[in-house]
Design a protein around this ligand. Structure first.
Ligand SMILES: *Cc1c(COP(=O)(O)O)cnc(C)c1O
Length: 368
């Protein structure tokens, strides 16, 4: 069986060495040594000035939105071509998601469609760097500045990505990463928010720790989203190997490209200008008319051989059952079409190239 992904893990002994001193300190959570060290190491690796660590990427998004003190009922421009987390973070803050379509080239927010959707209630933009592809950062920044909007990037897919040499976490008011087991870099579960403003950082810190300001002062209504020491230790170990993991992913991606580029009816993930990629995902868009088989046909053919590909992202978040009747996916037609045609293929550092070949053989065999 080949799964769509396989979590990166350090050598077992390395992790044991990393957690050994926790048995001396008995300090298991609440911003201990591992947490502080990982924070520092991540600032260096990601090229960001300030970062806070959280239990997961979702809490980074949800609490970052809360820490910005946006007006209740305010509208947040986002896209439906994302994981449930992005949209839920907005809704759970009492904010209203307004869905902007994506562009058909790199699947990020179509910046030409942002301004017509801005109203007097719009307070923020929450774009997603999908599959490791970065959004049109300059255009989004210009629009945000002109209309006085906050920008919160969902950077869950872009760990380690750089734009013009600059860490992707440095853009927007906040950029949120996920360190979930399935991501390019993991701390088992985990997440982080990168930001510049100290006031924001203090507010986020309090929100992840029950609103506690000091030993006898609780002046906020916070949640609990602290990263524990065992997760931070896993992060420290995985960080030592992440460059090597990305290099191995690159080899897998190059093999897929060799086999699948130029095939009629297949659209592959683009190479973006000025971007240092992280090879997070391998999405393929199947045009049934030109290719002769649909996404679902290919999904089934791979499944029959015990190969798990993923319809990622399908369904769109604006078609979720929990939002039944609330949004019209017809207003984001590009995202809707792509969600019906996209399949992300198995991709992880240790995926053998012979398996990549087998996967490609099965796909090309579906061709009409
Ligand atoms: C994984 C992911 C999240 C949520 O991160 P968790 O760490 O799983 O909570 C949010 N947005 C996107 C786009 C993701 O892929």
């Amino acid at each position: 069986m080949i799964n769509v992904t396989q979590s990166s893990m350090p050598p077992m002994e390395e992790y044991f060495d990393e957690i050994r001193d926790i048995w001396d300190s008995h300090w298991l959570t609440n911003m201990g040594v591992k947490h502080k060290t990982l924070q520092k190491e991540l600032c260096r690796y990601l090229g960001v000035e300030k970062i806070d660590l959280l239990t997961n990427g979702h809490m980074a998004l949800e609490l970052s939105l809360q820490a910005l003190h946006l007006p209740r009922g305010g509208e947040v421009l986002t896209t439906p071509f994302t994981f449930a987390s992005t949209t839920h973070a907005i809704v759970r803050n009492g904010l209203e998601p307004v869905f902007v379509d994506v562009n058909p080239v790199d699947f990020t927010m179509d910046v030409s469609k942002i301004e017509p959707l801005i109203t007097e209630k719009t307070c923020a933009i929450m774009p997603v760097h999908v599959y490791g592809n970065i959004c049109d950062i300059e255009a989004i920044e210009a629009i945000a500045k002109k209309h006085n909007l906050k920008v919160i990037y969902d950077a869950a897919h872009t760990f380690g990505v750089r734009y013009k040499g600059q860490g992707i976490g440095t853009f927007g008011d906040v950029s949120c990463f996920s360190f979930h087991a399935t991501k390019v870099f993991n701390s088992i579960e985990g997440g982080a928010a990168c930001f510049r403003d100290d006031e924001f950082g203090l507010e986020l810190y309090r929100l992840k720790n029950f609103g506690i300001r000091g030993p006898e002062v609780v002046d906020g209504v916070g949640a609990n989203a602290k990263m524990n020491e065992f997760c931070a230790a896993m992060g420290l170990c995985n960080l030592r190997h992440v460059d090597e993991e990305i290099a191995k992913r690159k080899k897998v991606v190059e093999r897929y490209n060799e086999r699948l580029s130029g095939v009629k009816g297949l659209q592959l993930n683009p190479v973006q200008k000025d971007v240092t990629p992280n090879y997070a995902y391998y999405p393929v868009i199947f045009d049934e008319t030109d290719f002769g088989a649909s996404r679902d046909d290919v999904f089934a053919a791979l499944g029959a051989q015990d190969i798990v590909a993923r319809k990622y992202f399908y369904p769109l978040t604006n078609t979720f059952d929990c939002f039944h009747g609330k949004y019209d996916a017809g207003k984001t037609p590009v995202a809707l079409t792509i969600s019906h045609r996209v399949l992300t293929l198995p991709l992880y550092a240790d995926l053998p190239l012979s398996d990549v070949d087998r996967i490609c053989d099965i796909i090309l065999n579906c061709k009409g």
